[in-house]
Design a protein around this ligand. Structure first.
Ligand SMILES: Nc1nc2c([nH]c(=O)n2[C@H]2C[C@H](O)[C@@H](COP(=O)(O)OP(=O)(O)OP(=O)(O)O)O2)c(=O)[nH]1
Ligand SMILES: [Mg+2]
Length: 312
């Protein structure tokens, strides 16, 4: 059966707040909060439907809409495909035209509202930035300098991938690095291959660790860190990440990379095909530079992940 096609807008104002509205009680998934939007009519593109719905429901005129995430979700009574866009450029003041209560909330506050089940990855995508920096320990002496450089560039999501450092050095580094990240409101994750007793914001699973993890229910893990991310290289790994309740993934290698010379890369077409098959935010990794960000997002990705791009 073909899914019901829906266009949805994550509308962000200049203060970084996001608009949510309350669905009328008598509608499908009624009484829950939603991002504004609605059904795509015949002969309409998703972008056209989005612009029409946002005008009809909240009276704003979309200037630019960039794909954020696409969700395919089976409710007991219907299959929907939510084509979600990030709208940061718009004109007009939001006003409820269809009698729906609406609010502007910070990305972190989204957690406190009840949304339809399909919305979980949309909320994650709305909270996550478009850059994910991977801090490598190839040169131990440069670790703190590199971290500072990444933070100075405004990167808010960082993975410490300290695979060759002895455990004492890891602990010592994290004791210095974590407060620096917190000062800048940056999220710090630790690669799962690293022994690290120090507390950070979450874990980034290697693809081997990801595949070794089995949750008894096949659903979300019961005991999990604040943020759980994973590295994936193929559809099987992506689907497993989704099934066990990972928050977001990186998919690699998208382009040829110095880190894994000779490894076959996916290319953008295959990246887009794989991203379309899962309901998770996906960062493109492998040969990424800032110039690839637009393509990554147009291909359905959350953004780019890189080791070198944020240091050059
Ligand atoms: N707009 C919106 N719809 C969502 C969200 N999450 C979610 O599961 N949905 C589902 C609920 C519905 O099955 C479908 C949207 O259909 P709808 O009936 O609200 O569409 P519409 O605004 O065109 O409504 P109508 O004019 O046909 O009454 O998508 C969300 O965040 N925003
Ligand atoms: Mg609607």
């Amino acid at each position: 059966m073909n899914p019901l096609q829906v266009a949805v807008g994550v509308v962000k104002n200049p203060e970084g707040k996001i608009l949510i509205s309350l669905r009328h009680a008598d509608l499908h998934q009624g009484g829950l909060w939603e991002f504004p939007g609605g059904k795509i009519e015949e002969f309409e593109t998703a972008e056209q439907a989005l612009a029409r719905e946002l005008k009809e429901e909240i009276n704003i005129t979309v200037t630019t809409a960039i794909p954020l995430i696409t969700i395919k979700h089976q409710y007991p009574d219907r299959l929907v495909q939510l084509n979600v866009f990030l709208v940061e450029q718009f004109s007009g003041e939001a006003k409820s035209l269809e009698g729906q209560l609406f609010k502007w909330v910070t990305p972190a506050e989204l957690e406190h509202y009840a949304f339809p089940a399909a919305n979980r990855p949309i909320i994650t995508a709305a909270r996550l930035p478009h850059h994910y920096a991977i801090l490598d320990d190839a040169d131990e002496a440069l670790l703190l300098t590199n971290l500072q450089e990444i933070l100075n560039r405004g990167v808010k999501l960082i993975q410490a991938r300290l695979k060759t450092l002895p455990p004492v050095s890891v602990t010592k580094f994290i004791e210095q690095a974590y407060p620096l990240c917190q000062q800048q409101q940056a999220v710090l994750l630790m690669n799962s291959a690293v022994e690290c007793p120090a507390e950070v914001d979450g874990v980034h699973l290697t693809s081997n660790h990801l595949m070794a993890l089995r949750s008894s229910s096949g659903q979300a893990l019961t005991k999990r860190p604040k943020w759980l991310a994973a590295s994936c290289h193929n559809l099987e790994q992506l689907l497993h990440a989704q099934n066990i309740g990972v928050d977001f993934v990186v998919l690699a290698p998208v382009l040829a990379t110095q880190t894994h010379p000779g490894a076959a890369s996916l290319g953008w077409e295959q990246f887009a095909d794989l991203v379309a098959k899962i309901n998770l935010p996906v960062y493109a990794l492998g040969g990424m530079t800032e110039s690839n960000l637009t393509t990554a997002r147009q291909s359905g990705g959350q953004g780019i992940a890189a080791i070198r791009a944020f240091l050059d």
